[in-house]
Design a protein around this ligand. Structure first.
Ligand code: AMP
Ligand code: MG
Length: 401
């Protein structure tokens, strides 16, 4: 008999996890600290960017119609008026039959409607010989073409990347409205666990999930607070869970998540709140709990390290994104050709760790209790619940760690 009364499909579990996550309140941070944070509202430029028509090349600002028909053998002759200096506006206008030198990024003078690259010109005295025609607007970035005051430059829900920080600087946003970083309590449970600082005695193992979960949380833009190792003891676990709930926005436990008489996690979550899911149709990772205590999500991750990581990545990650206010997350994947067959049972989603070798994905079939295949793998391949496996030679998407 299955110990799980009912497993839910991965998609349903993710839906539930996302629904119970409420984004946190916004706060302002200095631009220098904004990378990796999630924008809490749309931001608009204070001015049109650029604020003036700019040349994108070193060249001569001209009236485009003056260059019609210009070629190597019959150039257009234009009189050079002046040079526009970098960081200054043009002092005069360009009229027909005339031109002005403009450096890359310099202001295009009034009257000019195109810029001819220096490579297409020859200078003889005060005459510029233009040897190629240019169309109206050629080699010019128009005022407001990059960002205009009436459109958001960046939208709420975006996790800020380095380029976005450049944008924020360009649009005059030194203080950035972001969502508060979620704080997640991490509890490792099990009588067999000792800390990284200890040498495990007979029957003991070091707690690897705690540090792995903490590291994962950090990489997802969350702060972690660890509550160490808690033995399989009802009172001790209740105490740790209560403190973690009081001090964090969500709590992740690992171990003790299956339906065994020693597995207290689900019972305790049920006592302090509600168990919404106990058992997901995923492998590895079936003994997973999704619960809620008050408004706070509580996830019971499986004890086996590979199972814990798969569930973190596939189920907890969307919850963390929702909690962070992130609405436009792009999954980090690459395509590769499967090097070997992957067998799978119908009715559950399988995640097989793979190593990338050139364009090939080599499956690493290892027990979910082993850490070495996790470290050797670059990511994993998903086998959908309705499939009996994937054949060698198939192009698959590899979900990168
Ligand atoms: P459990 O889910 O408590 O039945 O644990 C399943 C397996 O995962 C057992 O072999 C545990 O020793 C192992 N395990 C549980 N928690 C951890 C942890 N924090 N670090 C490493 N292994 C763990
Ligand atoms: Mg245990």
């Amino acid at each position: 008999m299955s110990l799980f009364l009912k497993t839910v499909p991965v998609e349903e579990a993710v839906g539930i996890a996302v629904r119970i996550a409420r984004p946190l309140s916004p706060e302002d941070v200095p631009l220098e600290e904004a990378v990796g944070r999630v924008l809490a509202r749309d931001v608009y430029p204070d001015l049109d960017i650029p604020g003036f028509d700019r040349s994108v090349v070193d060249g001569y600002a001209v009236v485009a119609s003056d260059t019609t028909g210009a070629g190597e053998s019959i150039p257009s002759f234009l009189t050079l008026l002046a040079t526009v200096r970098m960081g200054e506006g043009a002092k005069s206008e360009v009229r027909e039959g005339h031109c002005m030198y403009v450096p890359t990024g310099g202001a295009v003078p009034p009257g000019a409607d195109a810029v001819v690259m220096v490579e297409d010109c020859e200078v003889i005295g005060d005459q510029v010989l233009v040897k190629r025609p240019v169309g109206i607007g050629e080699n010019i970035v128009r005022r407001g073409e990059d960002f205009s005051r009436d459109r958001p430059a960046l939208r709420a829900g975006r996790r800020l990347r380095p380029a976005d920080c450049g944008v924020l600087a360009a649009i005059g946003c030194p203080t950035v409205p972001v969502f508060r970083m979620p704080r997640v309590g991490v509890i490792s449970t099990g009588n067999e666990l000792v800390s990284v600082h200890d040498v495990p005695g007979e029957g003991k193992v070091r707690d690897s999930n705690g540090p792995m979960i903490a590291a994962y949380l950090r990489r997802c833009g969350c702060r972690e607070k660890t509550y160490g190792i808690v033995p399989d003891d009802r009172e001790a676990l209740a105490l740790a869970l209560r403190s973690a709930l009081a001090e964090n926005d969500a709590v992740f436990l690992s171990g003790g998540s299956s339906k065994d008489e020693r597995d207290l996690t689900a019972d305790l979550i049920g006592e302090l709140g509600q168990v919404l899911v106990h058992g997901i149709a995923i492998s590895p990772g079936k003994p997973t709990i999704i619960g809620r205590c008050g408004e706070k999500p509580v996830i019971g991750l499986p004890g086996h390290p590979a199972s814990a990581l798969v569930v973190l990545d596939r189920v907890a990650r969307p919850l963390l994104a929702a909690l962070s206010g992130e609405t436009s997350r792009v999954e980090n994947t690459v395509l590769a050709v499967l090097a070997e067959n992957i067998p799978s049972a119908r009715g559950r989603e399988d995640y097989v760790r793979v190593r990338l070798e050139g364009g090939r994905a080599v499956p690493l079939f290892g027990k979910s209790g082993l850490l070495n295949t996790l470290a050797e793998s670059d990511g994993m391949v998903r086998v959908p619940a309705g499939s009996e496996g994937l054949e060698a030679g198939t192009t698959v998407g590899v979900l990168l760690w």
